[in-house]
Design a protein around this ligand. Sequence first.
Ligand code: FPP
Length: 252
Amino acid sequence: MINKEQLDIERLPAHIAIIMDGNGRWAKKKGNPRVFGHKNGVAAVRDTVEGAAELGIKYLTLYAFSTENWNRPRTEVDALMSLLVNTINKETKTLLDNNVRLAAIGDIESLPSNVAANLRGAIDKTKTNTGLTLVLALSYSARWEIIKAVKNIAEEVKSGKLNVSEIDNTTFSNYLTTKEIPDPELLIRTSGESRISNFLLWQIAYSELYFTHVLWPDFRRENLYEAIADYQCRERRFGKTSDQVSEKIQSK
Ligand code: FPP
């Protein structure tokens, strides 16, 4: 296991995104219903958020509920929604104590009204915090977000507010729900699956991907350190050659 002191504090990713996966399998392995896995996933969320805040990570985005998750059995969806409300209410104090600002991306309007209201309340209470920004992806999918951006851009072009020639990477990014959030340098997925599952497709163009077999309810800050240590061993080339990258580092 890696400990915090082994990380290069000067080269931390500013933004880490996590696909929390494996709650159902974790519960099944223990002979329990899937919801038991989600409940235990909350402890992993808490420890990861605290660990990230303590390290000085600026943004942590957690994929908590995808657009496609609405197709799960009604009882599981309802249980996840109750868990979200309870966790948000119970943990707002922890967020305040840790100087964490809460934010959300996704189709928040599609959430049950009590979930949306609680979420908005917690976002408001934590809005002046200056440490970690914890971004919950709720009723989120990247294709939903991209289509929404394309529609908004088309409307603005039609009404003459935007010229087609002005559309570039930066303009497009500004129409996404993540417009105030830098792209993640590191994307983690737990549970041994090596898929992106409709998460931040535009934003992860150059992210380093890290897959671990740990099931989400077992994930703790030490697992986060391990992912960061792995990230720190990577050479990020952004399409350049290795020689070009090392020349740039030497001339700094
Ligand atoms: C994926 O595991 C997990 C989810 C769809 C839900 C994640 C939710 C939590 C951890 C609880 C609440 C979160 C917050 C932010 C308060 P899975 O059900 O797909 O597992 P499986 O692949 O083993 O079936």
